[in-house]
Design a protein around this ligand. Structure first.
Ligand code: ADP
Length: 644
């Protein structure tokens, strides 16, 4: 058996009783030797027996105790010698005295040395016992010689069963034998993975470290091994690898363009700034194209699939990896990116937005982009972006819209009755305004002293209403003529102010106040100026009529700002009685009216005007109890900002 195995100390603990017995025995021997030496005439011959004292004390005491016992014995030997041999001539008794003392101290020295080696080994053995790892020592025949608590717990075999058994029979180890043998022969050590079977049949995955034990002649005499259970970690690792493999397979096999980007820098950039933003982050982002551009530049593409390479018309994936998609952003189409940023910053895990991208060959494509956060690593560090090409779908939609516009045109022509009604409705208001201003102008002139400024003001209103009526008629004629829409950049705030001026008389008659609120950083909207003005005038007239139901404090407010979807929004709210129906949307139905002189087609015309221009009209009950009717209009790419 190896030296190591032989020197492994018994893991016995000292009992307090042992300590007393050993010390007493030491004391007894020392004094017995002293007494015999003094009483008998052995002339120091017996003193050499004192060497047993430090040996006994060493079993139970520490280094200091051993030294003290040796010192005590020395004193007793010398004392006994001089009591018995005082004034005797120097003879061989002195030699025996010196031999006894030398023997005592040689034995003491050896005992102390042996004791420290033993303490060290005992400590190491205790460490082996305490470790949670399994520690096994087996000899050259694979017979287990040492088996610690950790091994007992992990493998489920008790020490009495394990010691003396063949390790292979007990644990059915599986490992790379060729590699293990080679490493042990070369380095006397090996570490790696292995599989074993517990007493209850469960399969264990272990991380094991083996040490070749050799005798002084260098012959292999056994293995000392420490192993830890990594079954759970390996299982988690395997699962993770499997899901990574699945993810990569789906990523590359997906039929649509997909890329994975690291947006962690974008996250820091946006959240740092977002802290200082008061109000809606989306509104804030919409007004800052430079910030958006900078944020987009920080999103670095890590991986792309072939569909993305094809969609963006690149030669190979490496053209995109390490870059940001900002190189493919079309000017003015950052709105989609704003939606994504704002959505993610608000905590959404998946955000979808429409945008336009520029391929490497300079072609513009309409895409729906969906960003998904993969919950792994620092925030936004794995952002999966999928892009669906919408160009063909949009083209198909455009053709469909064309076809339905043609159909609608035919229907419109046949619905002459409605056309007549709409002419009557739209022209009625400016005509009656012209008549009223004509009459009051006449009255101003009939005064004794004709009031020229007031008359001129009336004439101005007559001209303005006259030209509006002619605009309206022109538009209605163009409807019948199938003239295409003429969208142009329009400043909603200015059109709203002009609209208020046109219905000033109705507002004044209703004794209402109008307040207009408009953000000053809004871009222009796209739409047909006259038609949009017609819509605003309609909404204001309805509001002016509604507030008449109140006795006091009649208020109308016009608010212009961003709609949630990146378009602009104008809303007219009043503090009248609110809508007459539970569902406010009913008011857009043709011929729905609650007024004795109403035609019920104003809001229905408004809806078709707004929808034709790519917007959306809506009605809701205002928080203050009144009514709110508003619409949105798109902000087309590349439009200049409104002049101050
Ligand atoms: P008309 O004004 O000729 O009735 P509209 O289509 O403009 O036709 O309006 C339809 C109906 O919607 C109105 O008769 C009224 O009942 C309701 N309505 C519209 N605007 C308001 C409003 N601001 N407050 C309350 N009801 C409204």
């Amino acid at each position: 058996m190896s030296e190591v195995m032989k020197t492994l100390p018994p893991f016995s603990r000292q009992r307090p009783m042992d300590r007393i017995i050993f010390r007493l025995a030491g004391l007894l021997i020392a004094f017995a030797v002293f007494a015999i030496d003094v009483i008998t005439n052995m002339r120091g011959a017996i003193a050499v027996l004192d060497v047993t004292v430090p040996l006994l004390i060493a079993r139970v005491g520490d280094r200091r105790d051993v030294l003290l016992s040796a010192l005590g014995c020395t004193v007793l030997i010398v004392a006994a010698f001089f009591i018995g041999h005082w004034r005797e001539s120097i003879d061989d008794a002195y030699v025996r005295l010196i031999v006894s003392i030398v023997a005592l101290w040689v034995v003491t020295g050896l005992t102390i040395r042996h004791r420290s080696v033993r303490t060290l080994l005992a400590e190491q053995a205790r460490a082996l016992e305490l470790t949670h790892d399994t520690v096994i020592i087996r000899d050259a025949d694979d017979i287990i010689r040492y088996w610690n608590d950790g091994a007992e717990q992990l493998y489920g075999h008790s020490r009495s069963v394990a010691i003396g058994s063949r390790c292979e029979d007990l644990l059915h180890s599986r490992y790379d034998e060729a590699e293990v043998h080679e490493r042990l022969a070369r380095d006397d050590a090996w570490s790696g993975d292995m599989v074993r079977v517990r007493a209850d049949g469960e399969r264990l995955e272990l991380l094991s470290r083996w040490l070749q034990l050799r005798d002084p002649q260098g012959r292999a005499i056994g293995i000392m091994e420490a192993s830890s259970d990594v079954t759970a970690q390996r299982r988690a690792q395997n699962e993770r690898q499997q899901s990574e493999r699945r993810y990569t397979a789906i990523f590359h096999a997906a039929g649509f363009a997909t890329w994975e980007s690291d947006w962690s820098d974008v996250y820091r950039f946006v959240t740092d700034r977002a802290k200082a933003v008061e109000g809606d982050l989306r509104d804030w982002l919409h007004g800052r194209p430079d910030f958006i551009r900078e944020a987009a530049q920080r999103a670095v593409i890590q991986e792309v699939n072939q569909a993305a390479v094809t969609l963006l018309e690149c030669d190979r994936a490496s053209d995109l990896i390490g870059t940001s998609i900002v190189g493919s952003h079309v000017d003015g189409a950052a709105g989609g990116f704003v939606e994504i940023l704002a959505g993610l910053a608000e905590g959404a895990g998946v955000v979808e937005a429409d945008t336009r991208l520029l391929t490497r060959k300079g072609r513009e494509i309409d895409v729906v982009v969906r960003a998904t956060l993969v919950p792994d690593g620092p925030p936004w560090s794995r952002t999966l972006v999928m892009a669906f090409d919408e160009t063909e779908r949009k083209e198909a939609r455009r053709r469909l819209e064309q076809a339905s516009a043609d159909l609608a045109h035919a229907a419109r022509i046949s619905m002459l009755g409605q056309l007549t009604a709409s002419i009557a409705h739209e022209v009625n208001q400016p005509l009656s305004a012209i008549m009223t201003y004509g009459k009051s102008g006449k009255r101003w002139l009939q005064h004794d002293i004709p009031n020229v400024p007031e008359t001129l003001a009336c004439l101005d209103q007559i001209v303005a209403n006259g030209s509006r009526a002619s605009d309206v008629i022109q538009r209605i004629r163009s409807l019948a003529r199938k003239a295409p829409l003429a969208p142009e950049p329009i400043d909603l705030a200015r059109i709203a102010q002009e609209g208020i001026a046109l219905v000033r008389r109705e507002i004044d008659d209703a004794q209402a106040t109008v307040r207009i609120t408009c953000r000053d950083d809004l871009p222009l909207a796209a739409g047909d100026r006259v038609q949009i003005q017609q819509v605003i005038v309609n909404l204001l007239l309805n509001a002016a009529q509604a507030v008449r139901a109140r006795d006091l404090d009649r208020q109308i407010s016009v608010t212009i700002g961003w709609a949630g979807d990146g378009s602009l929004e104008l809303a007219v709210a009043d503090n009248g009685p609110g809508f007459p129906t539970e569902d406010p949307a009913t008011v857009f139905a043709p011929f729905f009216t609650t007024k004795s002189d109403g035609m019920g087609i104003g809001l229905s015309i408004c809806r078709s005007i707004i929808e034709r221009q790519g917007g959306r009209i809506f009605a809701s009950s205002d928080d203050g109890g009144g009514a709110l009717v508003g619409f949105t209009l798109p902000v087309p790419a590349g439009l200049p900002a409104p002049s101050a």
